[in-house]
Design a binder for this molecule. Sequence first.
Ligand SMILES: [Zn+2]
Length: 257
Amino acid sequence: MQDTYSSCTPVNADYVGRCFYCGLEAEEQFKDFIPPKQYLPFIGSLNMEHAPCSMPCCKECNELLSRCSDATVEARKQFLNDRVAKKYKEALTIYERWDENELTENGASLDRSIRAGISLGKEADQRLKFRGFAYELNGKTYRQEIEPDVSFEVFGETFPSYRDALQYAARAYSVAIDELSRLVSKTKSFDEAITVYNAERVAKLEKAEREKICAQFARTHQLNKGFVLRTLTAYEKRFPELSPEECLSKFRDDRLS
Ligand SMILES: [Zn+2]
């Protein structure tokens, strides 16, 4: 069955000897068979982009792809990326959130483990971003070399990577980085994430401030705090032009004096 598979070779000499899926060094003994040999009898030619082939591959990608039944390079790359993202989740998070320059402030052993996380996460990030290369198979060329064309914007400033944008945004707009990362994955936009974060922060402060003045008012007039809060809400509805303090003063004048 080995004969059924022809070797894919990179068109650009720079990619010779590199893993098609992640860009690390490929090893001769690890080839990715597309489709995998055990599935070849069951996969119709309609599901394949070209004749069965073997792709240069590194040891780890070879292992991670051993459970992948997909018959196209795109699907196999997607499968691999999901596995790499899962396997290196912790390191990727450290790389995303930490900047090497921040490390001097920490204790030495914490420094070391974060530095190790950054370096492992950086490699995983590069592997995830690697987009393969144009290759030749039986005299025909497949796939264009695609330059990654992504950038990330934070209120008009452009960054080449998510990590750069995240670290900049967290500092420039004083947002906790893990909270920002959570909001960006929800809103898909740094601008919106920062806006939401600020609105939530203001709402939290306002809530705390309301609780504080109601507690104070309740103490002064020997009332239940929950009752004062409910009364304040009712007054705010009736007199939207008044501040919380003014509402409470009015309540006192109306009902307590
Ligand atoms: Zn690889």
